[in-house]
Ligand binder design. Structure first.
Ligand SMILES: [Cu+2]
Length: 159
C-alpha cells in the first residue's frame, strides 16, 4: 500500500532576497553585512540604505557617505515626537569597540538625497562609506522591493 502525504506549507519570505552582488565588505576591524537599499517610486527623489556594521577593534565612527546615483548621502536617525516618526540628520554614527551597529528601517539609516532616477528592485546601489579610523570602503546595496512580505505556496508536494 502506498501512502501519499499531501504537504502544504506556506513560506513567508520577509526581507530575504538573494543577490548575485556581494553585500558584505571588510575594512580594517570593521565588517559590513546585509546591506540593501529600497526601491523608490517615480517622482521620489530620496532613497534609503540599510546595513550592519560589526567592529572587532577600537571604537570608530561612520562620518560620511556618498553615492554617484545621488547628489549626497546623509546619515539619518528616526525619533518619535508626539507619536510621529521624525527623521533628522546626524553628523556621525558611533560604532562601539567590539560591538555592532545596525541601520534599519525605523532606525538610523543612510539617506540618498537627490537621486537621478528611481531605484528599482534588482538594481545595486554603490555607496562609499567613510570611517574615522578604518577609512573608506565602497559597499553594494542591492535594491529590494518595498513589498513587506512575499508569500508563496508549495502545494501538492509528495513525500
Ligand atoms: Cu532619512
Amino acid at each position: 500500500m502506498k501512502l501519499t502525504k499531501k504537504i502544504v506549507s506556506i513560506c513567508l519570505l520577509f526581507t530575504v532576497v538573494s543577490s548575485a552582488f556581494s553585500q558584505t565588505a571588510e575594512i580594517g576591524k570593521l565588517s559590513i553585512s546585509g546591506a540593501y537599499s529600497r526601491e523608490t517610486v517615480a517622482g521620489q527623489t530620496v532613497g534609503a540604505g540599510f546595513l550592519k556594521i560589526k567592529n572587532t577593534g577600537a571604537a570608530d565612527r561612520l562620518i560620511s557617505a556618498s553615492a554617484s546615483i545621488g547628489a549626497e548621502v546623509q546619515l539619518h536617525t528616526m525619533t518619535m515626537e508626539s507619536n510621529i516618526m521624525k527623521m533628522s540628520q546626524i553628523a556621525a554614527i558611533d560604532i562601539p569597540a567590539n560591538g555592532s551597529v545596525e541601520l534599519t528601517p525605523g532606525g538610523m539609516h543612510l539617506m540618498i538625497m537627490g537621486i537621478k532616477s528611481p531605484l528599482k528592485a534588482g538594481d545595486t546601489v554603490k555607496i562609499k562609506l567613510r570611517f574615522t579610523n578604518a577609512g573608506e570602503v565602497e559597499v553594494n546595496f542591492p535594491t529590494q522591493s518595498i513589498t513587506p512580505a512575499t508569500a508563496h505556496n508549495h502545494d501538492n508536494m509528495k513525500m
